[in-house]
Write a protein that binds this ligand. Structure first.
Ligand SMILES: [Zn+2]
Length: 252
């Protein structure tokens, strides 16, 4: 939800920059003065601070190799999610999923600050060996660097698989913070194959996983389809998205 701003009030984005120590001396001083005086911005700052600390811990862990417990629990969540949709999967699909996903990202939706991150590292435990889809942030702004994409508050955050080359598949995950909507897409998927299952799995305990419903738009020239699915009305929290492994055979 958009927060009405008074003159001098700070945005969640400015606070993210502030905690990352990316502000110049003068804006930093103004911001600190304002925080000391404004209750609303003070509580927004606490929210953003909690989020960025969480993020730093996550990054530290992923760089030092995620702890076995955490890695194990992500994988267990994936296996549980697959168990829930077993009936909808063919034998071949179940076999393919055994090694892990083709690609995975983590989506973090913050409580009040309306900021989203899509984390692309530290998810190896979810991936099959030699998984092809390594997501990177879409460089929508100069800020979209590093192992996660961080949206403007209320804005859209996107990651994609890089440099697909002509005629190649490309997967993308986006989060529209204002609409609370996560979108996934695959470009140039071979029209004659079964569409890959895409799972949204809440990391919080007890929440139910969801399987994306693809809409396809054919591209007759290349005999491929573009696939779109969305997960709407997402509550704040942490999720991961996992894509079914592709057939070994590839379009040339
Ligand atoms: Zn304020």
């Amino acid at each position: 939800m958009p927060v009405e701003k008074r003159p001098g009030c700070v945005t969640a984005e400015e606070l993210v920059d502030y905690f990352d120590r990316r502000l110049e001396a003068e804006p930093e001083r103004r911001l600190e003065e304002h925080l000391a005086a404004c209750e609303d911005c003070g509580s927004l700052a606490r929210e953003v601070y909690a989020l960025s600390m969480k993020w730093d811990q996550w990054t530290a862990r992923s760089h030092a190799d995620a702890s076995a417990a955490e890695a194990g629990s992500l994988r267990a969540l994936l296996d549980r999610a697959l168990g829930r949709i077993r009936g909808a999967l063919s034998k071949e699909q179940l076999e393919r999923w055994k090694g892990g996903a083709e690609g995975a990202v983590k989506v973090v939706i913050s409580e009040a600050a309306n900021v989203t991150r899509i984390v692309t590292e530290g998810l190896e435990t979810l991936l099959r060996p030699a998984a092809r889809w390594q997501f990177i942030p879409v460089e929508a702004s100069s800020r979209g660097v590093g192992p996660s994409a961080r949206g403007k508050p209320g804005g859209v955050t996107q990651v994609e698989t890089p440099e697909p080359g002509p005629g190649r598949m490309r997967a993308r995950v986006g989060m529209d913070a204002a609409a609370g909507k996560i979108t996934v897409s695959v470009e140039k998927y071979p029209a004659d194959r079964n569409y890959p299952v895409v799972l949204l799995v809440p990391i919080s305990e007890g929440a139910e996983p969801e399987s994306g419903k693809w809409k396809s738009v054919p591209d007759p020239e290349s005999k491929t389809v573009n696939l779109y699915a969305e997960f709407s009305r997402r509550k704040p929290g942490e999720y991961f998205i996992a894509f079914e492994p592709l057939d070994e055979e590839r379009p040339s």
